[in-house]
Design a protein around this ligand. Structure first.
Ligand code: F6R
Length: 607
């Protein structure tokens, strides 16, 4: 994973690099560092911890220069300490690199380099890159980088600065994202647009084995071992969005409370009168009409959205829908059909497992349609069709508003396909749209219960284990509720299809176990009632998510959170909201770092 940034120009180098790193910290935040060349001399600073630790370190330093690189890390090889942080430098500290990716043959290269007398300081795979460059460096840094690239197996986007070539950054990539930002008498490199959009909107996307030679007045591109190439310059149409907390204590809470507005925005962007339309879909209706199977690929929360979509698409559009965890997709010999469409769902648009799936799908001539939040991301660019999930920037590592945005877009997509395939009448679609339009108000009503949910969190925050159960499209909600809790509070939580309880997990239930039971009034209600009673019979504590006005359930609930009486198809969008708040308040009570939980990153760019 990790994020890299680089700058050549007259602005304050430290500030450009720190702003870039802060904006990249969703890619990893366990350590960070920068390197700069000033008056021909290389200096570097790095530290474990979040970017604010680096900021503190630099307060007492005098960072000078017009050429610099920076890195924020999510550890793969070696623990997050100062030595393993980037930049990595060569033995004599005259060449520095920052790297995102994994060098798969680093062990063999390292042994070879050690035998030649190179001294390794870190446990990182990345350090081989800087020693290889050093090994090949005679007259030309560019040549040394090219020879190094030939030795490397795995994935990389790396940037190099060296005292021997003090006016330029050389950056290259294979498998990991890298862009170049073009300015007026200044230039940038970065893992994504987000880090440099405050400074420039002219972007070049690097392709695999491209090399950028970045000087202050120009950027030259070439292919590894080839001649100079021309690259297309893209004008980015959007602005740097401010990502402040708007008075909320954490981004996660702010993003939970933004959900009504997010749903309103999506509806007003995609529903025009009686029509559903997706701007920039890039996929013709003929492909969608012909489809006989959707194969959904996603990870984590986005996978849960895919599971909900299966219920909706199969029920209304009558299209067979399979849902795969992206990292598992490649381990089955999928039978391909000519009219299949692979659907990728990803907030970041950079998740390596999902990206690998769509590349594999495309190599097998599948059409790929993606639901992506981050515009310009790799999955956005590499898909045949794209539906932007339009939740705005999500900063909290635990996905909240984008999950709800995914569900709303998938609901609209279901209606869109159903219209195309004539599986729903126009009147039915209109009724379902009317129901959807009530969702923002419904979410607001749930959010009004925040104090009550906080009180439930207070009651249970010391428990070390939770169970979440649901049925039908609220089974994925149970998985999502459990994921939210475990990722931000480090409490072990498991989501189950309620009917599965009796096949094993019921053995866990005792008077200490809180069980979150998702039981809205819908077709699965009676069965859920039975499951809740099974939990109660074994003295489990039931926190029930129930429909307003349902008094029958009160007898079986230790605690109740209410959701409005909505159509069954929309319950998954509603039931997740109280679980987001419950997870949030428990994590806050445990004094966990809610926005940047340990070991995680917002964008998972390693497989
Ligand atoms: C959990 C969470 C993750 C992501 C997963 C996929 O709150 O955010 O489980 O959903 O890493 O990420 P994207 O959607 O960016 O592909």
């Amino acid at each position: 994973m990790c994020g890299i940034v680089g700058y050549v120009g007259d602005r304050n180098l430290e500030s450009v690099l720190l702003v870039g790193l802060e904006r990249l910290s969703y890619r990893g935040y366990d350590s960070s560092g920068i390197a700069a060349i000033s008056e021909g001399e290389l200096s570097y600073w790095k530290t474990p911890g979040k970017i604010r630790e680096l900021e503190k370190l630099l307060q007492n330093m005098n960072v000078q220069g017009r050429v610099g690189i920076g890195h924020t890390r999510w550890s793969t090889h070696g623990e997050p300490n100062e030595v393993n942080a980037h930049p990595q430098v060569n033995t004599v500290k005259k060449v520095a690199i920052v790297h995102n990716g994994i060098i798969e043959n680093y062990q063999a290269l390292k042994l070879k380099l050690i035998a030649e007398g190179y001294i390794f300081r870190s446990q990182t795979d990345s350090e081989v890159i800087v020693h290889l460059i050093s090994r090949y460096l005679q007259d030309s840094l560019l040549e040394a980088v090219e020879r190094t690239m030939l030795d490397l197996e795995g994935t990389y986007a790396f940037a190099v600065i060296a005292e021997s070539d003090p006016e330029r950054i050389i950056a290259c990539k294979k498998g990991s994202p890298l862009i170049v930002g073009l300015g007026k008498n200044e230039n940038f490199i970065s893992s994504d647009i987000n880090a440099i959009i405050p400074h420039t909107k002219e972007i070049v996307y690097m392709d695999d084995l491209d090399i950028a030679i970045v000087a202050q007045d120009k950027v030259t591109f070439k292919k590894l071992g080839g001649a100079v190439i021309e690259k297309t310059v893209h004008q980015i149409a959007w602005d740097a969005t401010s990502a402040d907390k708007n008075g909320f204590e954490h981004y996660m809470l702010k993003e939970i409370f933004e959900q009504p507005a997010v749903v309103r925005n999506i509806i007003s962007a995609s529903v025009k009168g009686d029509l559903i339309q997706f701007d920039g879909l890039r996929m013709g209706n003929e492909d969608l009409i012909r489809t006989t199977r959707f194969i959904i690929q996603a990870c984590g929360t986005s996978w849960h959205a895919g599971l909900v979509a299966k219920y909706m698409i199969e029920r209304y559009a009558r299209v067979l829908t399979e849902v795969d965890i992206s990292s598992e997709f490649r381990y089955r010999q999928m039978i391909s059909g000519v009219n299949d469409i692979v659907v990728a769902i990803s907030q970041s648009g950079e998740t390596a497992d999902t990206l690998a799936c769509i590349r594999e799908a495309k190599s097998k001539f599948f059409k790929v349609l993606s639901f992506v939040n981050v515009r310009g991301s790799t999955i956005d660019r590499e898909s045949d069709g794209v539906i932007n999930t339009n939740s705005g920037p999500e900063v909290g590592v635990a996905s909240t508003k984008n999950y709800v945005a995914q569900l709303v877009n998938l609901y609209l997509f279901t209606l869109y396909i159903s219209q195309l395939k004539w599986t729903l009448s126009q009147a039915e679609v209109q009724t379902m749209l009317m129901e959807l339009k009530k969702v923002p108000d419904y979410i607001e009503r749930i959010l009004e219960q925040k104090e009550q949910i906080q009180a439930i969190a207070e009651k249970y925050y010391k428990k070390r284990e939770f169970l979440f159960i649901g049925r039908g499209m609220n089974y994925p909600s149970a998985l999502e509720g459990a994921l939210k809790l475990k990722e931000i509070s480090y409490i072990h939580a498991t989501g189950y299809a309620a009917g599965e309880l009796k096949h094993g997990p019921i053995a866990l239930i005792d008077d200490q176990l809180p069980v979150v039971c998702i039981a809205p009034k819908c077709s699965t209600y009676d069965k859920m009632m039975s499951n809740i009673q099974e939990v109660r019979a074994r003295k489990g504590k039931t926190i029930v998510i129930a429909t307003e006005g349902d008094t029958d359930i009160e007898e079986f609930a230790d605690d109740i959170i209410r959701i409005p009486d909505a159509s069954e198809d929309l319950t998954a969008i509603l039931t997740v909201v109280p679980m987001q708040l419950l997870a949030y308040y428990i994590a806050v009570r445990l004094e966990c770092d809610v926005d940047q939980p340990r070991n995680l990153a917002k964008s998972v760019t390693v497989e």
